[in-house]
Write a new protein. Sequence first.
Length: 382
Amino acid sequence: MYFLHLIGASALLLCVAAPAHVAAQERAGFLVRIGTDTFAVERFTRSDERLTGELVLRSPRTRVVRYDATLAPDGSVTRAEITTGPAPGASGRTVRSVMRFDGDGVSIDTRAGDSTSSRRVDLDRPAMPFINGGYAFYEAAIIRARQAGKNEADVVFVVPGSGNRVSSRIVMHGRDSVLVDYFGDPIRIRVDGAGHVLAWDGRATTAKMTFERLPDADVEGMTRSFASRDAGGQSLGTLSPRDTVRARVGAAELMVDYGRPGKRGRTIFGGIEPWGSVWRTGANAATQLETSADLTIGGQLVPRGRYTLWILLDERAPQLIINRQTGQWGTEYDAAQDLVRVPLQVTSLPELVERFTIGIAPEGSLTFEWDRTRFSVPVIVR
């Protein structure tokens, strides 16, 4: 896997001094990371009337996004054209969306390959386009709120094509700090006096992304570099691929379905997964356990059926939580539906486990391994 370290970022990105300032126009870039891995590189130019830019995304393979937005005098977006496609020379479909914002919502016309679609999304608050891995529109929303003299502002970010909405609240903390709600979790942002984003810390969110501002970025050069790695079998891939483990324990058939995030140079337990929290034991959709027979897990009865698995990350006494609710996203934990909580054994691993792994041993144990930590619990068929 390709890693981009902070020390080498300026050389790899070929950052250059900002161009001579033009009245009411500025140019900048963002370097977006997940741990030590580069996820995206963005470059944008903003004037009083327009916000244009491009970014390269690395997951699951290299993609390029270009956008061109028209701004109203108050900084809101009235029209945006957003095109997403593969890296030059690579195969893949190009998707182009035109978004037209008015006082009541946004109309979206999308062309994906040979197909076209149109949809209307009704809105009751200001809105901006949402681009995965791109943050210039978040900055535009912060600047707009700052210029309006608001300490708090509600904004809806609309996904091109699908029209899905991401509601967010922007809260100012003095002149150099902003909190942004991101799918219910806080992002801590450092800004300058005008509201320009200098650094973004999303490690408290499920996305775990951080980024820093650059005077410029060589998006074309990075696109060629990332595409070359794709061709050599070194693509970043899906960030948290879904996996299934199946095993037979006695007369029971067991299945666990879960997402597998990577360590990516980060501190895991006590870091991106803080002590005292309930962890989803994976990523994305909630981790599912299915058993064809009644079990005893950690000394507690678990009748045959389907459940979700969670871990209470207590530094001294972690617990496996077996929950009756199924089919939900991994952020939707409902303690009222807990079936049982059982103690977990904790051991240190001699070698680092880069990608989170759940195992079922035929002799009867359920294990959770990541970084240098193993949680385990005995499983007995009744």
